[in-house]
Design a protein around this ligand. Structure first.
Ligand code: ADQ
Length: 470
């Protein structure tokens, strides 16, 4: 699919570059993160430069090869960051303050002025680097909550650029956002972009309300007019729900080798009647603990037969240097071992917990093997796992239990929608989903698949870049 802006050079800016150092070979390799995969289709057909951090601390002299200037047809450019900068800007301000605040302050955000000062300095470092290397008139697409001050800084340095910003995580309502000590700087930083994109309409509306409240500007519809020395400039604010490469998932799921592996997984789990599955980054926003509690109670009360039900929870290690992440890991592990201690027997483990990252093929085989997918975040910008499960259900069966508090819930309303704070309601939906008849499963899955294939990632990227240009 081509965009109106094919001819323009594109600069993608994100905290991380899409490469990492391979500890075994000591060389750089592609890092298949979500964002690269998402951007692949738009990057494939045009000249693009990606700017970000390598993952290696600039002040620690390891013997590492020089960063390649390109990877997979994509030019790479590094913003070097020291260990202290990562601790304050990334782990501190981004993940200790902004991340929890934007997820409804589920855990209390911790605000440190020195960390914010570092966040500002790192954003400035990114802005300077982009200003140096971006081609004249390029489109610059800035990603996510680590770089919210960047658009304004970059505009001052390079007014010729078309700047777009996309936030992958939720944007909270006025009552929550207001506690941010640097609220005005963040809002003004974002208004430096020509286009500010969010996952949902609600998030976009929250932003517009906050601009009215704290920047004393009067948004009209989805536009904000900002007065600048060079004259008034219009900022567009809109929702661009991110999708997945649905066809790639479906193709992989249709591969007989993957189907065989899916059957093998069920067999290895003792051929249960009901296989429940959760797959998440190990993050306190994902509601892994409430989900384990709900399933444990269902097994305890025999609403799901503990001898014929298995729940597999896969959790990818994440942000292990941040204290709250160590806590959630401990909580989850305690809940799992308690449940298995109470409910298991010799050779039966009703809750299987895997703290590991999986290959794409194994992940797809897991999706294919599961009867009920549990996606129950307390708050989530979108949630791609829900969409991946749906894309992999090539036989148009299987049930999705999905939290109302995900961006995905807006599009996937034919799932079993649940409020993860209401454990009884959640238990009812899980049993309904597990016991639903094949016709109902088929009807719902058809509708879900339609949505996931229609609003795929290509559409997301194309819509964003076309709007940025228009
Ligand atoms: P995340 O919070 O990381 O993303 P999500 O959207 O669910 O959450 O994406 C997770 C990705 O990691 C999925 O593609 C999934 O396949 C993969 N994954 C999870 N566990 C894995 C495992 N054990 N092994 C291998 N892969 C695993 C942020 C926001 C989301 C938003 C995305 C994209 O928090 O709300 O949907 O960005 O915008």
């Amino acid at each position: 699919m081509s965009t109106d802006s094919d001819h323009l050079p594109l600069v993608v800016v994100a905290n991380r570059l899409p490469v990492e150092l391979d500890e075994e070979t000591g060389d750089w390799r592609a890092a298949p993160g979500g964002l690269v995969t998402a951007m692949e289709s738009v990057l494939r057909d045009r000249k693009a430069l990606w700017i970000g951090w390598t993952g290696e601390f600039s002040d620690e002299s390891r013997d590492i090869p020089e960063l390649p200037s390109s990877a997979g047809g994509l030019e790479l450019d590094e913003v070097p960051l020291s260990r202290a900068e990562i601790e304050k800007y990334y782990e501190g301000c981004s993940n200790g303050a902004i991340w929890p605040l934007y997820h409804d302050a589920i855990v209390p955000p911790v605000y440190h002025r020195t960390q914010f000062e570092c966040y500002r300095r790192v954003n400035e470092k990114f802005a300077r680097r982009i200003a140096e290397v971006a081609p004249e008139g390029a489109q610059v697409w800035v990603h996510d909550y680590q770089l919210q001050l960047l658009p304004k800084m970059l505009r001052l340095l390079r007014p010729d650029l078309r700047i777009g910003f996309f936030l992958h995580i939720p944007f909270p309502p006025v009552e929550v956002f207001s506690q941010l000590p640097w609220r005005r700087q963040v809002l003004e930083g974002l208004l430096g972009a020509d286009l500010v994109g969010f996952q949902t309409k609600e998030a976009a509306l929250n932003f517009l309300r906050l601009v009215r409240r704290f920047v004393a500007l009067r948004p009209g519809g989805d536009r904000v007019v900002v007065d600048e020395l060079s004259g008034p400039r219009t900022v567009r604010v809109d929702a661009f729900p991110i999708g997945i490469r649905a066809k790639d998932f479906a193709d992989l799921a249709s591969d007989p080798v993957v189907q065989e592996r899916a059957a093998q997984i069920r067999e290895d789990l003792g051929s249960p009647d009901v296989l429940l599955l959760g797959i998440d980054r190990l993050d306190y926003t994902k509601g892994i603990d409430v989900r384990i509690r709900a399933v444990t109670e269902l097994l305890q009360d025999n609403e799901l037969d503990p001898e014929k039900t298995v729940f597999v929870q896969v959790a990818t290690p994440s942000r292990e240097n941040v204290e709250e992440y160590q806590r959630i890991r401990n909580d989850v592990e305690l809940l799992v071992s308690r449940a298995n201690g109470d409910l298991g027997g010799i050779g039966t483990t009703p809750i299987q917990y895997l703290h590991q990252t999986m290959s794409r093929t194994e992940l797809v085989a897991m999706y294919c093997s599961a009867d009920v997918m549990l996606v129950t975040p307390l708050r989530d910008g979108m949630n791609l796992v829900a969409k991946e499960y749906v894309a992999c259900r090539v036989h148009e069966d299987g049930a999705l239990v999905l939290s109302e508090f995900t961006g995905a819930a807006n599009q996937l309303s034919d799932s079993w929608l649940v409020n993860p704070f209401d454990i009884d309601g959640m238990k009812r939906s899980i049993t309904d989903a597990a016991h639903a008849d094949p016709e109902e499963l088929h009807r719902r899955m058809l509708a879900l698949r339609h949505s996931v294939f229609e609003d795929d990632v290509e559409r997301w990227a194309t819509d964003f870049l076309n709007q940025l240009q228009s």
